[in-house]
Design a protein around this ligand. Sequence first.
Ligand SMILES: [Zn+2]
Length: 104
Amino acid sequence: MSDSPIDSVKYAAVLKQTRMRRKFFFATILAYIPALLVTHKISPTNKAMGTVFGIWVVILIISTFLVALSKCPRCGNYFHMHGLTLLVLRKCLHCQLHIKHSDL
Ligand SMILES: [Zn+2]
């Protein structure tokens, strides 16, 4: 499988977007504990904690979908999905295209 320069430009654009989605996804997961700690300091009520948790779950669902539905620019399959399995790895689960392919 040889990659022409035109393909590399296309890969770079698509993979850049995929990397953004992954960052958003990981940032959402990492924000969970700090968000609850901050909320606890400001307003340590069950209602406030529940509201923040609810918002966090919604954001997590959105970011998970964005990551799951990212397509691989080379093989056209979902980059992080194999069947119903979601694996956020650094390579395409189908053709092994690396997430940083464009930086080579
Ligand atoms: Zn692929």
